[in-house]
Design a protein. Structure first.
Length: 311
């Protein structure tokens, strides 16, 4: 059924009129200068690769993982209005990431899914896996089974949050995951929601913003997106967006600066629309330091503090 729905989604997107795409002859890949270590641009209506850079390199994917988390949740057809309580098992003891969902917070499965996709809330993603039939272990097994079903043979999931660097994939395979996720209306809606307020049991209202500021930009027409970051993965971004009258899947992995993935997305958009080049910040030295740090980390010679300096 998913294979039947996917062409329909992309065909519908292709019918929306926006600025004209630069002609193929004008799209010189050499003119697209990106700071991301791995990148891919695909026209999903024809499955044509428009641009590729290290697209088959296996790399950590951080919170891009949460797209698979959402699909596995929805495939189980659970009660989305059922209440789930955040507990100690949902705390991040690996990276120590922060969350405003305190222990004992009770939210519906629907709200947890929204926060996991929109704000990349790790405790929300953990609670969704923990409350799955069979628990977290069964949930992660379902994630890996779905990856294989989608033909993602170089992809492996270790948890539902993406906090572990053992969540790995390639740009090519993440494009497949984006295509699959785009067939779920709720995933499309929640990943592109600019902001959302929730009322906590204490009565306090908490506001959450989308982790991708491009969803609030009038210059972008985004159908689905997800960001990700851990030190080992760098800044990551996947999107299905309408650019120059066509749907385009964009995958950007391992960007080194806080804004590089956003800048790279804008470079891709400009290149698709004009065939031209936007300036690239000097990231070569930073990437060299980052790679050296990763190598040393594998040898057990780098502390968490040293890794934090690669941001």
């Amino acid at each position: 059924m998913m294979k039947l729905l996917r062409p329909l989604v992309f065909a519908t997107l292709a019918a929306i009129a926006v600025p004209v795409l630069a002609t193929p002859a004008a799209l010189d890949p050499a003119k697209l200068k990106l700071g991301s270590a791995s990148a891919l641009v695909i026209d999903p209506s024809s499955n044509e690769t428009i641009y590729a850079k290290s697209a088959n390199e296996v790399t950590p994917i951080a919170s891009i993982t949460k797209l698979m988390t959402a699909m596995v949740v929805l495939d189980a057809h659970p009660d989305l209005d059922a209440t789930i309580k955040i507990d100690n098992d949902d705390y991040d003891y690996l990276k120590g990431s922060r969350s405003r969902l305190r222990m004992g917070t009770e939210l519906s499965r629907r709200e947890l899914l929204r926060l996991a996709l929109m704000a990349s809330e790790n405790r929300a993603a953990s609670a969704l896996a923990r409350s799955y039939p069979g628990g977290t272990e069964a949930f992660v097994a379902a994630m890996n089974a779905k990856a294989l079903a989608l033909g993602m043979t170089h992809t492996h999931f270790h948890d539902s949050t993406g906090l572990s660097p053992q969540n790995v994939s390639t740009a090519n395979e993440l494009a497949k995951m984006v295509g699959a996720a785009a067939t779920y209306p709720m995933i499309r809606e929640f990943t592109t929601t600019p902001s959302h307020n929730i009322e906590l049991p204490t009565g306090r209202v908490e506001g959450f913003n989308n982790s991708n500021r491009l969803v609030r930009s009038s210059k972008w027409d985004i159908t689905l997106q997800k960001t990700g970051f851990i030190n080992e993965a760098g800044r990551c971004l996947v999107m299905l967006a309408e650019i120059a009258s066509k749907p385009m899947v964009i995958v950007l992995l391992d960007s080194v600066g806080s804004y590089t993935r956003i800048a790279d997305a804008n470079r891709v958009k400009y290149w698709l629309e004009t065939g031209g080049t936007l300036p690239l910040a000097k990231v070569a030295h930073v990437r060299h330091v980052k790679k050296a740090t990763r190598h040393a980390s594998k040898q057990g010679r780098v502390t968490t503090v040293a890794l934090q300096k690669t941001r």
